[in-house]
Design a binder for this molecule. Structure first.
Ligand SMILES: NC(=O)c1ccc[n+]([C@@H]2O[C@H](COP(=O)([O-])OP(=O)(O)OC[C@H]3O[C@@H](n4cnc5c(N)ncnc54)[C@H](OP(=O)(O)O)[C@@H]3O)[C@@H](O)[C@H]2O)c1
Length: 275
C-alpha cells in the first residue's frame, strides 16, 4: 500500500498518465494533489480523478510527501527554486520525470539533504503498461528506493539504471518510444489503405498486429530476431516485405534514438544551475 502523499508539480500529459495509473492501482484521490498555473486544466484533472487541485505557487508540503516534478525541463530552475523551502523537511522524497535534467542539478537547487530520484516513465503508464527507468543518487536509502519502486511498478515495469548518463538513452527509447510506435501504426495504416483496405479495418489490423506481436515476444524466451526468422519462409510474403524494411529501418532507428538522446543531453546543458 502506498502511504505517501503524492504531490505533482505540473498537471500535463505525464502527470495525467501517472495519476490515471495510480488511481487504477487504488491510491485514493485524497492522497494526491496537483499544482499547476491554469485553473481549468488542473481542476479538470482533479474532478476526473477526485484529487486536490492547488495553484502553482509553492506551499508547505503535507506530512510524508513524495513530490513528482512533472513540468517542463526548461522550467526546473525557476519552479524548484520557489519550492526549495518546502523541502526543508528531510522526510520529503523528490522524483523528477524531466528529460535531461540530472539528479545533481536538482539537488543543487533543492538542497543537498533532499532524497532525489530521476524517473523516465512513458505515457502507457495511464493503462498500467508503462516502462519507467529509475535512477537514485548514492545518498538515498534502500527503503526510499522501495517506495519509489512501488509507485512506478504500479503503473508498469520498472528498470533501475546505475549509471545516470544512460538516462538519455532510456529517454530516447522508452520516454519517446510510444510516439514512435504510434507513428509506425499510422504508417502501416496508410500503407494498407493504399493496398485497398478500408481505413477502419486497416487501423484495427495494424493495432492488433503490433499489440499481438508485442505480447507474443514478451511471452517467449526467444529473441525478436529468432521469432522473426521462425515466421519468415524463403521466397514468401514476409521475406518480400522484410527485404524493404531491412534497407532503411536499422539506420533510421539509430538516427532517431541518437537525435532524441542528443536533445535530452542538450536540455540538461541548457539549465543554468549546473552540477
Ligand atoms: N509526455 C511524455 O511522453 C513524457 C515522457 C517522459 C517524461 N516526460 C517529462 O514530463 C514532463 C512534463 O511533460 P508533459 O508532456 O506532461 O508536458 P505538458 O503536458 O506540457 O505539462 C506541463 C505541465 O507543467 C505545468 N506547469 C507550468 N508551469 C508550472 C509551474 N510554475 N508550476 C507547476 N506546474 C507548472 C503546466 O501547467 P499549465 O497547463 O497550467 O500551463 C502543465 O500542467 C517533462 O519534464 C517531460 O520531460 C514526458
Amino acid at each position: 500500500m502506498i502511504e505517501q502523499n503524492i504531490v505533482f508539480i505540473g498537471a500535463g500529459n505525464m502527470a495525467r498518465a501517472l495519476i490515471s495509473g495510480m488511481r487504477q492501482l487504488g491510491v485514493p484521490g485524497s492522497q494526491i494533489q496537483v499544482h499547476a498555473p491554469s485553473t481549468q486544466r488542473r481542476e479538470a484533472l482533479a474532478e476526473e480523478f477526485g484529487l486536490r487541485s492547488r495553484p502553482a505557487k509553492a506551499e508547505k508540503l503535507p506530512q510524508n510527501s513524495l513530490v513528482i516534478y512533472a513540468a517542463k525541463p526548461k522550467q526546473v530552475d525557476g519552479i524548484l527554486s520557489e519550492w526549495r523551502e518546502s523541502f526543508a523537511d528531510a522526510q520529503v522524497l523528490f522524483v523528477s520525470v524531466a528529460a535531461g535534467i540530472s539528479s545533481q542539478q536538482m539537488r543543487s537547487i533543492l538542497g543537498e539533504n533532499v532524497a532525489v530520484f530521476r524517473a523516465m516513465p512513458n505515457t502507457p503508464a495511464q493503462v498500467g503498461a508503462g516502462a519507467t527507468t529509475l535512477f537514485a543518487q548514492a545518498t538515498v536509502k534502500a527503503a526510499q528506493c522501495d517506495i519509489v519502486q512501488q509507485i512506478f511498478s504500479g503503473v508498469g515495469k520498472v528498470f533501475w539504471l546505475h549509471d545516470e548518463s544512460l538516462m538519455d538513452a532510456a529517454t530516447a527509447l522508452a520516454g519517446s518510444g510510444p510516439a514512435y510506435v504510434l507513428l509506425f501504426l499510422e504508417a502501416l495504416e496508410d500503407a494498407a489503405v493504399l493496398e485497398g483496405l478500408d481505413r477502419v479495418t486497416a487501423r484495427a489490423l495494424a493495432l492488433q498486429t503490433v499489440w499481438g506481436t508485442a505480447q507474443m515476444a514478451a511471452a517467449s524466451p526467444a529473441s525478436p530476431s529468432e521469432l522473426r526468422h521462425q515466421v519468415t519462409s524463403p521466397g514468401g510474403t514476409t521475406a518480400a516485405g522484410l527485404a524493404v524494411w531491412e534497407e532503411q529501418l536499422r539506420p533510421l532507428a539509430q538516427r532517431a534514438l541518437a537525435a532524441a538522446a542528443a536533445r535530452s543531453r542538450a536540455l540538461g546543458q541548457s539549465l543554468k544551475t549546473k552540477a
